[in-house]
Design a protein around this ligand. Structure first.
Ligand SMILES: [Zn+2]
Length: 239
């Protein structure tokens, strides 16, 4: 099944409390552009994230406000900051990394909230039913081309409000596979939790299939050698 790609650049979600500390009490953020999940929007305002080694300026804020402030950056960003955020799904912030946010009116020291977003698929209920996925399943996604790779451990998130099925990757992941927002990739579907070999084979290109074929041929010949050694051993045991 082909699904579209959405690339998430670094961004923050702010609680009302933290937003007022950064922008002043009573301040309201200005929506600038609505996102593919239509209840969410990018705001005109920007913030800075600071760590022990450096800072990232001009970080987008995604509204509406949330209960807890959450900062989503890439692994590359985290190296620049000198921080070690865990890969987490949105909202799972317990024990995540700390960071400092800087706005025009003040600073906020977050005890936790800095994460690298765990790659995930927003899936419609219809697609989930058709392709055999449940909420929180792990999926595999195959990318073709000369930076081809397989994304494993892609968390499936099924929700009634999902209007289309889309994989969300961060900028590191997208760049590694030479993907941009709107591109299409192949989601391997599952049948009773077992990936169908046929599906996997169909998702690879000819060069990849040749590599697989060579590997399987090598494995078979090695196994044959091992069996004949064991047969010889058996013969000598019997004699
Ligand atoms: Zn987010």
């Amino acid at each position: 099944m082909r699904i579209t790609v959405g690339v998430s650049a670094r961004h923050v979600h702010l609680s009302i409390e933290d937003m007022e500390l950064l922008f002043g009490s009573g301040y309201e953020l200005t929506p600038e552009r609505y996102l593919s999940i239509a209840t969410q929007y990018i705001c005109k305002e920007r913030v800075t994230v600071e760590g022990p080694k450096g800072k990232l300026e001009n970080i987008a804020i995604i509204g509406p406000p949330r209960e807890h402030t959450q900062v989503e950056i890439s692994k590359t960003d985290s190296i620049k900051l000198g921080l070690k955020p865990p890969a987490r799904l949105s909202g799972n912030l317990e024990g995540s990394e700390s960071a400092t946010l800087i706005g025009p009116k003040g600073k906020v020291l977050l005890k936790a909230g800095l994460i690298v977003a765990q790659r995930h698929i927003h899936m419609t209920e219809k697609d989930a039913k058709e392709f055999g996925f449940k909420h929180k399943d792990y999926a595999m996604v195959v990318v073709k081309g000369n930076r081809s790779l397989v994304f494993d451990y892609v968390v499936v998130r099924v929700a009634p409000e999902n209007t289309h099925t889309e994989i969300h990757l961060d900028t590191d992941e997208a760049n590694t596979a030479d993907l941009k927002t709107g591109d299409e990739v192949t989601l391997l579907h599952v049948n009773d939790k077992k990936l169908r070999l046929e599906q996997i084979i169909n998702s690879f290109d000819e060069r990849q299939l040749r590599v697989l074929e060579e590997s399987v041929t090598t494995i078979i010949s090695e196994e044959k050698q091992r069996i004949s050694m064991m047969e010889d051993m058996l013969k000598s045991l019997k004699s």
